[in-house]
Ligand binder design. Structure first.
Ligand code: GLA
Ligand code: ZN
Length: 676
């Protein structure tokens, strides 16, 4: 699956002109020009107006809008409108509506409110996609296809029940194999027929549904969604083979396994809505996950909010400069776009208070509009320079949806386990130091990395353990942690101690794991070298025995005081570390610094202050991004060679000041011409 990368950064976003009269649309065109918008996405939610009754299509209005967009030299990404089926469809074919986990048949009125396995839904979705593909597939303004919107609904209807049984049969073949994989001898759950397999609906506070079944349900849900996506993908791809086809992934990533899903798309597209209090490392990590989805290829940020959101508990305004910083953060991590929800603010509905580039004020003088327009002019200036560019990293971090789900599905050892948050904590010290990190699927090649961090690698899949051993034997540095090496792909725990298949390489075994209350902590004392320091740790404490490794930090409290809390194992030419508890950010920063120094891995550029610095390379041309998240001035060390500030044309060298909140985009060559 390949397509030609657009020779410019996509800038614009969701446009819903169904709501507007001609005068407003004409005003939008003027504003779009002023803001250097080059791309809009439409008509995401227009199925009801495009197909007002079954098989009756009315494309006149959309034809006209596309004409207007083309007259204004705008590109558009056409969205199949299939995330919100028309009311007549839900009424005529109630099977398209989902059934929730409590068995309630849901009513019409929401979006993404359909059963992904409904034959009728798929038939009607394919039909509207086919009409659109046929009508618009060759239009000159068309620059891509966007399928549906933020998939992720769970459904427990009879169709899903039947399809789940088929899915299980296809995966495991015989009911005996299912019994083995699901270890049904526990609690007397042995199955004698596929017909006895039930969807995991019995969730309550006391016991979780059988986790192996829930895990397979989640896989089934991802596979069903892939089928649903492909149902439309095939059609629009045939009509526009050179254009990218994708769907926008919800920023709440857990809903669907994107490492399984994105390979079916031409490009990953995701919706980036960081909360105002999220650490800046969280969107950075999610960007890096998206870059990993197609093994390092660039991706799209399909949505961001240009101003305040409306669905957070407290909807902070975006601070001055924040729109620009967040846009560049995406571009810095591998995005080829900065797209927003939405271009013009709605006057009613659930999202009437959600910000937009053109607010209800209706003017081009608003702060948000001015900031967007400034960004637009900068992106236009940057042209195609880093579009499709890649990032070179020497640190890899293993990330795995199955580990995420399965670890959080465990009853015990703590209800507070939050995989994404803990992974972020292990990612952060590298990110803060401006050391690029590649997120790695467990099947990725480990060869080019010097350090691999495998936090909470609960599930060991395929030959990952052997390849990690080889990585260390050949001189790599591996870090793994508590909640690692527990289970196989069916959530059956290893027979023997954790970290299971990582025991040899880590040189430790875990006898027990203590869970700490939220108001409790232990501490670890660094014992390696002359500066003994103490750092808090919390959540979980593994009681670890050495089996070849040596302790480099020990617990300070409780009956396991003095037992290893962090270990180091020399193995072949490399080293493996086991972090047995969740340490404070201070410890992780210190620890990462030590690993980086001994592996000889350096930041992209030396700097001071809260600056994010990355580099993207394309065909021998490098672009550096320097983004200040600081309230004070910082600096970046550019060394003896000249850099060009691609936004201002200035030549820079040596120690260069970065104003609070500012962004520098740097190159070493003349800026590229704009080519649209
Ligand atoms: C999601 C949806 C959009 C819109 C935004 C609002 O990402 O895809 O349609 O509802 O949220 O933040
Ligand atoms: Zn269903």
């Amino acid at each position: 699956m390949s397509y030609e990368k657009r020779p410019y950064i996509l800038f614009g976003g969701d446009y819903n002109p169904d709501q507007w009269d001609e005068r407003t649309i004409a005003q939008d065109m003027k504003y779009f020009r002023e803001a250097h918008i080059n791309t809009v996405i439409l008509p995401v939610f227009s199925w009801a107006s495009l197909e007002p009754s079954e098989g009756q299509y009315e494309f006149g209005r959309l034809d006209h809008i596309l004409d207007v967009l083309e007259e204004n030299r705008l590109h558009y990404i056409l969205a199949t409108p299939t995330s919100a089926q028309p009311a007549w469809m839900s009424r005529k074919y109630p099977e398209v509506l989902p059934v929730d986990i409590a068995g309630r048949k849901r009513t019409h009125g929401m979006r993404v409110f359909f059963c992904v396995n409904s034959e009728k839904y798929r038939e009607r979705a394919a039909a509207v996609a086919a009409r659109m593909a046929e009508r618009y597939g060759g239009r000159k303004g068309l620059s891509g296809w966007h399928i549906a919107n933020e998939y992720g609904t769970s459904c427990y209807c009879d169709t899903c029940q039947r399809r789940f049984r088929e899915w299980v049969r296809e995966r495991y073949g015989t009911i005996e194999e299912v019994n083995t994989r699901w270890h049904t001898s526990f609690w007397g759950r042995t199955l004698t027929s596929f017909e006895e397999i039930m969807l995991p609906t019995e969730l309550n506070d006391d016991y979780r549904f059988y986790p192996a079944v829930e895990l397979d349900y989640q896989r089934f849900k991802t596979d069903s969604t892939i089928e649903c996506f492909e149902n439309e993908y095939r059609i629009v791809k045939a009509a526009s083979p050179k254009l990218p086809v994708f769907t926008n992934i919800s920023g709440y990533l857990k809903k669907l396994d994107q490492f399984a899903m994105v390979p079916h798309m031409d490009v990953a597209g995701w919706d980036n809505y960081p909360g105002p209090r999220d650490p800046r490392s969280l969107p950075a990590l999610k960007h890096d996950i998206m870059r990993a989805a197609k093994d390092g290829e660039s991706y799209y940020v399909a949505e961001q909010s240009p101003a305040q959101q409306n669905w957070q508990p407290y909807n902070k305004l975006k601070r001055p400069g924040e729109l620009r910083r967040l846009a560049y953060q995406g571009l810095a991590h591998g995005s080829d776009s900065s797209l927003y929800f939405q271009m013009r603010q709605s006057v009613a509905g659930q999202e009437k208070l959600h910000g937009a580039i053109i607010s209800r004020v209706g003017s081009d003088t608003t702060r948000t509009f001015r900031e967007a327009a400034q960004l637009g002019s900068e992106l236009e200036k940057l042209g195609a320079r880093f579009v499709g560019g890649r990032t070179a990293a020497e640190v890899g971090l293993l990330f795995d949806w199955d580990s995420w789900r399965a670890a959080e599905l465990c009853s015990g050892p703590t209800k507070d386990l939050d995989y994404l948050e803990d992974v972020r904590r292990f990612y952060e010290p590298f990110y803060i130091r401006n050391v690029p990190v590649d997120i790695l699927k467990s099947s990725a090649s480990f060869d080019r990395y010097r350090i691999i961090v495998a936090p909470l690698l609960y599930m060991m899949k395929g030959d990952a353990a052997e390849r990690l051993e080889r990585f260390v034997r050949d001189g790599g540095t591996l870090v793994t942690t508590y909640m690692s090496g527990y289970a196989d792909e069916n959530d059956r725990c290893v027979f023997g101690a954790c970290p299971g298949p990582l025991r040899r390489v880590t040189g430790v075994w875990v006898e027990e794991t203590d869970a700490l209350y939220p108001d409790e902590c232990n501490a670890l004392r660094w014992t390696d070298g002359d500066s003994p320091a103490s750092y808090p740790c919390d959540l979980l404490c593994d009681l670890v025995h050495l089996d070849g490794a040596r302790a480099i930090a020990v617990y300070e409290k409780d009956f396991y005081a003095g037992m290893p809390a962090v270990t180091e194992h020399a193995w072949g030419d490399g080293k493996a570390y086991y972090v047995a508890t969740r340490p404070s950010a201070e410890f992780l920063s210190f620890f990462a610094g030590r690993l980086l120094a001994s592996a000889g891995v350096r930041p992209v550029l030396a700097s001071s202050g809260q600056l994010e610095i990355t580099r993207r390379d394309r065909e021998g041309v490098s672009t550096w991004f320097v983004i200040s998240f600081d309230e004070a001035e910082g600096y970046v060390e550019l060394g003896g060679e000249d850099f060009r500030n691609l936004l201002t044309g200035e030549t820079l060298r040596g120690r260069t000041a970065v104003a609070p909140g500012d962004v520098l985009v740097l190159g070493r060559d003349a800026p590229a011409e704009r080519k649209i």
